[in-house]
Design a protein around this ligand. Structure first.
Ligand code: ADP
Ligand code: MG
Length: 257
């Protein structure tokens, strides 16, 4: 994906960040975490351990009970957040859905349509601009959602199990596309998943969380073992199997096994 060269990733500094919900559910225990500019980080952990809560705090959608989050090189509008559901506006055509963030930012019509067209081309959806979301497959809707997230060239991309509801082949294709998009964009990406294989394929660094409240069990450097450019056939290699094994062990440890 082509991005302006000045568009760099964000770095994040989390210090003793914690969240206890009203009613007493402790979702995130005090944790420290540094994310470097331009990193692709996968966050893995059992269901209900506090991953979404952590991501929402980073996005500024949830207020921490204690601790602090520092974003460096980041203006608020440069964060994009993608959920498991595509969350498209059903009454808007595909093109108008993708152009929406630019519309809200006051970008002039000609430019926002051009940019939306370009993003749709990059996610492989050229020709579907005038469809409504209901006329698309689940995988296509997710591509539209990602195109919409990227249309403002965000420097921090937060993804919360975006492909979890898709079939395996579609998911793998989107993983390959996302990895390439990250290489081209140099944005900082935080990707929450409960799939070990997906985390291994996508990320340069994998953080494994324990059961609730989320604590860091392992912070593993995948980039030391896996290539920068990742193609589909990587999934069948011994080095890939070895890395998934490492993360699987960590997940079992965090699960009290
Ligand atoms: P994950 O994304 O890892 O599956 P979540 O961050 O969604 O986990 O949730 C962590 C815990 O916090 C769960 O026990 C969940 O029920 C609880 N929780 C999440 N949001 C709220 C909320 N708004 N109010 C109360 N409890 C919540
Ligand atoms: Mg979640």
């Amino acid at each position: 994906m082509s991005m302006p060269p000045t568009n760099r990733g964000t770095s994040l500094q989390l210090e003793r960040i914690a969240k206890t919900f009203v009613g007493g559910v402790e979702a995130v225990a005090p944790l420290d975490l540094s994310i470097n500019e331009g990193e692709f980080v996968a966050m893995i952990g059992p269901s209900g351990c506090g991953k979404s809560t952590l991501l929402r705090m980073i996005a500024g959608l949830e207020k921490p009970t204690s601790g602090s989050i520092q974003r460096i090189g980041q203006a608020g509008a440069d964060i994009a957040y993608v959920f498991q559901d595509a969350h498209l506006l059903p009454w808007r055509r595909v093109l108008a859905n993708v152009a929406l963030p630019l519309e809200l930012a006051g970008v002039e019509k000609q430019e926002r349509l051009e940019r939306a067209h370009r993003l749709l081309e990059e996610v492989g959806l050229s020709g579907l601009e005038t469809r409504f979301p209901a006329q698309l497959s689940g995988g296509q809707r997710m591509r539209v959602s990602l195109a919409r997230a990227m249309v403002t060239s965000p420097r921090l991309l937060l993804l919360d199990e975006p492909f979890a509801a898709l079939d395996e082949i579609t998911r793998q294709q989107l993983d390959e596309w996302l990895r390439q998009l990250w290489i081209d964009s140099k944005a900082t990406v935080l990707f929450v998943t409960h799939s070990i294989a997906e985390a291994t394929f996508l990320a340069d660094r994998a953080i494994v969380f324990s059961t609730r409240p989320a604590k860091i069990v392992t912070d593993h450097d995948l980039s030391a073992h896996l290539p920068h450019q990742r193609l589909a056939d990587l999934r069948g290699t011994p080095v890939f199997a070895e890395q998934t094994r490492v993360l699987y062990q960590a997940l079992r440890t965090g699960d009290g096994a």
